[in-house]
Design a protein around this ligand. Structure first.
Ligand SMILES: [Zn+2]
Length: 356
């Protein structure tokens, strides 16, 4: 299925790829189904056309991810090409993860079974179980990684699909839209965590998304804490401060206040308008952005083994630019900022095999 993953990643149809290789269209379908392997020459042409090293196609199976297994938002309204490229990105992330897990021992999955719980109840149970008693849930991304969820960044050509999650080989993956503000990324992470915990069998559709949204609200902005606010933010400045305290976007907070009956419809609309006209301050976004600690540690561990950025491409059988786009641009960065990040985890990664 690596053939399909690479083809989708570049938004190629089977027909277009067949034409480039110089074979019949059904031949490409048969490569993808694993019914027979391309000749060395055809493989090289395909690899070049798709921008993947030939070795990528020879790696371990990465399954056949289907649209139905993915928590796409507005799935039905999503153009087929956008969906295909997003699935290809997800399959490339799986290929990266498979290679990383062959080299290093990665955190095991430790997620509670909350599939039969109502969203708010599930969020409260999770806050209890994970000891999240502070107002703002601390950095959510490393918290998820510590529990075995793999989080990758959506490449720029896939962000139109927006953040989504899926399961592969007993592991949950989140593809995060990093073009959003920090607050929105946290809401997205909590939303996808909602899907992972509430819909482990991959329920998609509007009803499932509403449940995931309720879960995210209850996790990041619990009703008791909202009601305990000394004053309900009514000006844009107050809203901005309170949103920062909860680590969510102003819009998410205003929506939550309105849903809890703490803001009138009129005040909510006025704030929403003001938020739309607000200038975002990019400088404080950067400092506090949710970022992957696990991926940074993977690269640091490999760097310590003298695996340079160029050599990473050989190790992962994925070209540097694709690795960078999937991994928050962390592959070439020194570990600066990771060691003193206020996070609960610093994964200790042990090499299980020396990269060849
Ligand atoms: Zn959803």
């Amino acid at each position: 299925m690596r053939f399909r993953g690479a083809r989708l990643r570049r938004g190629f149809s089977t027909g277009r790829l067949a034409e480039l290789i110089g074979v019949e269209r059904h031949t490409v379908s048969r490569y993808e189904a694993g019914q027979f392997a391309p000749t060395g020459e055809h493989l090289n042409i395909a690899a070049k056309a798709l921008g993947f090293p030939p070795a990528f196609f020879l790696g371990k199976d990465i399954g056949n991810l289907s649209s139905e297994a993915i928590s796409f938002r507005c799935c039905y309204a999503l153009p087929a090409t956008v969906r295909a490229i997003a699935i290809g990105s997800a399959m490339t992330a799986v290929a990266f993860h498979q290679q990383a897990s062959q080299l290093l021992s990665l955190p095991h999955t430790q997620l509670p079974n909350l599939s039969n719980k109502l969203p708010t109840r599930a969020a409260n149970m999770l806050r209890d179980r994970w000891d999240l008693d502070q107002v703002a849930v601390p950095r959510l991304l490393p918290l998820l990684e510590e529990r075995g969820v793999c989080v990758f960044s959506l490449p720029p050509d896939s962000v139109a699909a927006d953040s989504f999650s899926f399961r592969f080989a007993e592991r949950s993956f989140i593809m995060l839209n990093t073009s959003k503000s920090r607050g929105d990324q946290r809401v997205d992470l909590a939303h996808e965590l909602g899907h992972i915990l509430l819909h482990p069998n991959g329920a998609v559709g509007d009803a499932a998304c509403r449940e995931a949204a309720d879960f995210a609200d209850a996790l990041l902005m619990p009703a008791e804490q909202m009601k305990a606010l000394q004053s309900v933010p009514e000006s844009i400045d107050q809203l901005h401060k309170a949103a920062n305290d909860f680590g969510v976007s102003e819009l998410a907070l205003a929506r939550r206040l309105q849903a809890l009956g703490m803001l009138t419809e009129r005040k909510y609309r006025r704030l929403r308008l003001e938020v739309a006209n607000m200038e975002t301050n990019a400088s404080d976004e950067d400092v506090t952005s949710e970022r992957s600690v696990l991926l940074a540690s993977i690269f640091a561990t490999l760097r310590a083994r003298r695996i340079t950025k160029q050599k990473l491409a050989t190790t992962f059988c994925i070209y540097p630019r694709d690795i960078d786009e999937l991994t928050f641009g962390l592959s070439g960065r020194k570990e600066h900022g990771v060691s003193n990040a206020p996070t609960t985890i610093r994964p200790r990664l042990e090499l299980v095999r020396t990269p060849g």
